[in-house]
Design a protein around this ligand. Structure first.
Ligand code: A3D
Length: 307
């Protein structure tokens, strides 16, 4: 776990507690922080009943030969700050992390969480030179989980019975795929009015801001950590779940050459394939527009000399 802040620590705790890894290693630039988080977690092992070793370090050499790396290092948004405002600061951090991953864990599978996530994932992909199946970004699982939560709250049903996909870039242009959403197999459009669904789509798009505005200092971390856990588990346990992830797209959905949210099969070799689901023509147009918004931000990486 690179970054032992709110998201990194909470995700690492879930991975340790559910005993799906031999070891969880936290790396952070703040002296004492990763060591303190790790020791505190280790001291919960007898009570929680897990066997995973947890350690912390300020030295990147400690990620040597890791199988899975989760990058959560960087600044989080503050109220009024957009994800793009973060671009310059976090691009410098991601560039140096990419070099260290290439040096110490050249065979790893990498999940990028740092915002602006689709752009930071692209930057890390380019800087590591890793194949496209070994780099993904986390946001789709989170945005989809938010959408599923709001649907379950509206209908008063068990949240995990709601299935959906939120695709596209992680930002206001994200695309909840209403045509494919259902509750226990019943299409969402048969259960909720168009106005209610539109309200849920809007709230999902602003889901991150809603939490930032409530917390005032920092952004969401419980649901992001759960989403990271689901992706890590799918790879570590070779579950081959279909999960919406920011993946490198090479023509699928009519998009090419960027990372954006699409359903993928995640297994032991990373992104095994992108799954092309049938979506409505409006959703397809929205997905392409969202991809274009991501592409504009990716161009900033060259303009700002990060690539
Ligand atoms: P925070 O609690 O501030 O933790 C970030 C940690 O990164 C801090 O402990 C820093 O010391 C550390 N750090 C900074 N630079 C480095 C470096 N070079 N090497 C190692 N560690 C470093 O933030 P957070 O955990 O709440 O959020 C982390 C990132 O994830 C931010 O960029 C958020 O915007 C992003 N985030 C993305 C999502 C998505 O859905 C994509 C959700 C939640 C958070």
């Amino acid at each position: 776990m690179i970054g032992a802040g709110n998201v990194g620590a909470t995700a690492g705790q879930k991975i340790a507690e559910r005993d799906i890894a031999d070891e969880v290693v936290f790396v952070d630039v703040v002296e004492g922080l990763p060591q303190g988080r790790a020791l505190d977690m280790m001291e919960s092992a007898p009570v929680e009943g897990f066997n995973t070793k947890v350690s912390g370090s300020n030295d990147y050499a400690s990620i040597s030969d890791s199988d899975i790396i989760v990058v959560t290092a960087g600044l989080a948004r503050k109220p009024g700050m957009t994800r793009s405002d973060l671009l310059d600061k976090n691009a410098a951090i991601i560039s140096s992390i990419a070099e260290n991953i290439r040096k110490y864990a050249p065979r790893s599978f990498v999940i990028v969480v740092t915002n602006p996530m689709d752009i930071m994932t692209y930057l890390l992909f380019r800087k590591t030179g890793f194949p496209k199946n070994r780099v993904v970004g986390m946001a789709g699982v989170l945005d989809t989980s938010r959408f599923r939560t709001f649907v379950s709250m509206e209908l008063g049903v068990y949240p995990s019975q709601v299935t959906a996909f939120v695709l596209g870039g992680h930002g206001p242009s994200m695309v909840p795929i209403v045509s494919n959403s259902s509750v226990a197999g019943v299409p969402l459009t048969q259960l909720l009015s168009t106005e209610k669904i539109e309200g849920i789509v809007k709230r999902t798009r602003m889901g991150g801001d809603e939490i930032v505005n409530l917390l005032k200092t920092g952004s969401a971390f419980y649901a992001p950590a759960s989403s990271i856990y689901e992706m890590v588990a799918s790879v570590a346990l070779n579950e081959r779940r279909i999960l919406p992830c920011s993946a490198y797209i090479d023509g699928e959905y009519g998009i090419r050459g960027i990372f954006t949210g699409v359903p993928v099969v995640l297994g032991k070799s990373g992104v095994e394939r992108i799954v092309e689901i049938s979506i409505s023509s409006e959703e397809s147009a929205a997905l392409k527009a969202s991809a274009e918004a991501v592409r504009k931000d990716v161009e900033l990486l060259t303009e700002h000399k990060f690539l």
